[in-house]
Design a protein around this ligand. Structure first.
Ligand code: MG
Length: 375
């Protein structure tokens, strides 16, 4: 059986508010369209993938997809309906049996969903990916609810939507000049028959708004720092001066907590470590206030197009007792990073007397950072 896929990618994605087509945005290290194409390319039952694109995106998309040998680029239309029709007409000489039409902006489609779509379309001639409606559905007018829908019989439609090629082409050829459809189930339903549903997956959501993209670009980093005790009568942790019988040996103020946090942030952003930006050979950083260095680190993260999600740090110190100071440490770090204090987690424990830390020779901190890449 000859099965093709159609990915309409000729929209502008204006609701996402990017300068260029949203499907060309990067998400988690690869572009949305390339991810979607990759999912269909991996499926061994699909032999060709028709990607509808606008003239202005064509060369970029062509470069982007050059390694996918199943891909055929076709001209997109002014509307989704026109784009799909162009693709269906274009493949006519190749006479496929089934065609799966899928939103390019649903990059998380799984092989299970694609396989279910193929099976259902083979059996019934149509296959519409759907999910039961879990939110309450209402009809509105001027910001008021004017009617409630019966949720139990409602569902939301996703893609892929699979059809016998002959039927969907036939349906598309009957569409009037000014008729527009938001998906292909509507076209099939109007001109052929009520299409058959199969159950999709929540993960196969459509990336529509800017937040949909931000949610995906999570990056984590880890940072570890250790300082030994030496002369002094206080330590600085998280910008809080804590009285102690010794101080921490350091070029800066020895804020081992803040140093670990900085390294975690830099690591998450794929940047060089703290020693690169703030070398302890530079006199400028002699006795430096580490919170100021953290502020500089926050700028570096922001320059990479990232914002801080949360920080989680574990201090291991046999002494002094740190618990009373932790709330202030959190506040200081949160203030400098521009996040609420509840995004900073700090725990403190001893090393149960084991090893150098357990013998009270120094303090070590491990920190994790989560940053969110903004597009
Ligand atoms: Mg350090």
């Amino acid at each position: 059986m000859k099965i093709f896929a159609v990915l309409p990618a000729a929209g502008t994605g204006s609701r996402a508010g990017f300068k260029k087509n949203k499907i060309l945005q990067n998400i988690g290290g690869s572009c949305v369209l390339a991810r979607t194409v990759s999912a269909f390319s991996l499926n061994k039952n699909i032999s060709k993938i028709f990607v509808c694109c606008r003239e202005c995106d064509r060369s970029e998309i062509s470069d982007l997809l050059q390694d996918f040998d199943k891909v055929v680029l076709v001209d997109g239309g002014e509307t989704r309906t026109e784009s799909v029709r162009n693709a269906l007409e274009h493949m006519l000489p190749l006479a496929p049996d089934l065609v799966l039409i899928h939103d390019a902006a649903r990059p998380f489609v799984s092989q299970n969903v694609i396989d279910d779509c193929i099976r259902c379309a083979q059996k019934y001639g149509s296959a519409i990916c759907s999910l039961p409606c879990t939110d309450t559905l209402v009809q509105t007018s001027n910001g008021h609810i004017i009617a409630q829908y019966d949720r139990s019989s409602a569902c939301t439609l996703q893609t892929p939507q699979g059809f016998s090629y002959a039927s969907i082409l036939n349906a598309y050829r009957q569409i009037g000049d000014n008729e527009q459809f938001t998906d292909d189930s509507g076209v099939y339903a109007k001109y052929i028959a009520p299409p058959v549903l199969f159950t999709g997956e929540w993960q196969n959501r459509k990336l529509t708004f800017r937040e949909d993209f931000e949610m995906q670009n999570f990056r984590t980093g880890i940072g570890i720092d250790t300082h030994a005790f030496g002369e002094g009568n206080f330590v600085v942790l998280g910008g809080v001066k804590i009285p102690h019988t010794q101080g921490l040996i350091a070029h800066s103020d020895g804020d081992v907590l803040v140093h670990a946090v900085m390294d975690a942030l830099l690591s998450a952003a794929g940047l060089p470590d703290i020693g690169y930006y703030f070398p302890d050979t530079d006199a400028k950083y002699k006795n430096a206030d580490s919170l100021k260095l953290l502020s500089h680190t926050a700028d570096l993260i922001q320059n990479q197009g990232c914002k801080v999600g949360n920080i989680s740090a574990a201090i291991v110190a046999q002494k002094p007792k740190l618990a009373p100071y932790i709330p202030r440490m959190k506040e200081n770090i949160a203030r400098v990073l521009g996040v609420p204090a509840d995004r900073i987690g700090i725990s403190a424990g001893t090393n149960e007397g084991l090893g150098s830390i357990g013998r009270g020779e120094g303090i070590t901190v491990t920190a994790n950072a989560l940053i969110i890449e903004q597009l």
